[in-house]
Design a binder for this molecule. Sequence first.
Ligand SMILES: [Zn+2]
Length: 437
Amino acid sequence: MNRNNFYQKDIETLSRKDIDALQLERLKWVVSYCYENVPYYRQKLDGAGVKPEKIRQLSDIQYIPFTTKEDIRDTYPFGLFAQPMKKIVRIHASSGTTGKPTVVGYTRKDLDTWSDVVARLCVAAGATDEDIVQISFGYGLFTGALGLHYGLEKIGATVIPISSGNTEKQVMIMKDFGTTTLVSTPSYALYIGEVAREMGVDIHLQLGLLGSEGHTEEMREEVEAALGFFATDNYGMSELIGPGVSGECRLRCGLHFAEDHFLPEIIDSKTGERLEAGETGELVITTLTKEGFPMLRYRTKDITRLNYEPCACGRTHVRMDKVKGRSDDMLKIRGVNVFPTQIESVLMGIPHIGPHYQLIVTREGYMDALEVKVELTDADLLEHYPELKALQNDVHHRLKTVLGIESKVSLVEPKFLERFQGKAKRVVDLRNSKEAK
Ligand SMILES: [Zn+2]
């Protein structure tokens, strides 16, 4: 099987001059499109004194105000949609800071674009029409599973939409169906590998399309060793399209953007100023072709660096380094975004629970685990087991409803947790201590 192919070679190997020209034409289009179709954008652009005609060269993008997660929250659910519902054929959503999800919509053309950009990164990673691909991301409102699903079908791969969970069945199908490629988070891939070993089943994977969870090179090596495949990383977020924004080629020296659809910039996350090519800062992305949910200068809060040198693979589109971290305190647990403020707002609404809590994130085996330790207001409750158990179940259930993931709830006696003189450190993330070694 030849794993060194291109999906859209003419576009993927455009000269920098041609990429710039295409981006400028599309940037002009999207700015006037937003101005005409989204009152919220028009108001922001007017507030900044920017008419669409002001965009004459690519660097003029600097005059356009940023769009943030808060803007999306303020316009919940459909305020940033640029087309009427009649034209929207798909909706996805991801968790937000206040318990309300971030909602995004796609026109039919957006879905075509989406499957194209995903197909492109899958082929760059080495996937072909001979692959049998098991998609072990959870299907649903989350963009990961369906994003990869349609992109892989587009290249003619055989897709098994197994979703996440039921790991023994994953292993059985992997063996019986002759799965060659796995789509999953790195942590779930490791867990599948572990279960396969426990079951004594030999699996013969060749390729891992890992995503939806940041991971170090060291972690990738562990995953590759455990699963016996070659793994690539890809990047995206639902606000921008889902997976498909950028992805690694076989050389794995940065993630190639789909620059004909996304225009990346790097800014200083404190001042908002644009940084020079090659400098590390916050990634800001403008969608150049999206119709349903266009984004002007969206602040991803992800910290990375852009490399404009052509890659030895032949692709000319700019590469980003693997994401180094987040400029805020969001936790990513089993591929799901979790904000400490979400947990706090749940806890604070429950009787018998005090304002002192601690979030402990660990990796059990290879799966992320979240423990929520919270103090009771009354130590007497510890003597009444049925009530204590009922309270614990209540907290667990409410957290699961808001976060969408399991957590372990530990109710502790009053004054058990550390107190702080200054800024509280409520999150203890123990996952990196192992990876950093
Ligand atoms: Zn490359």
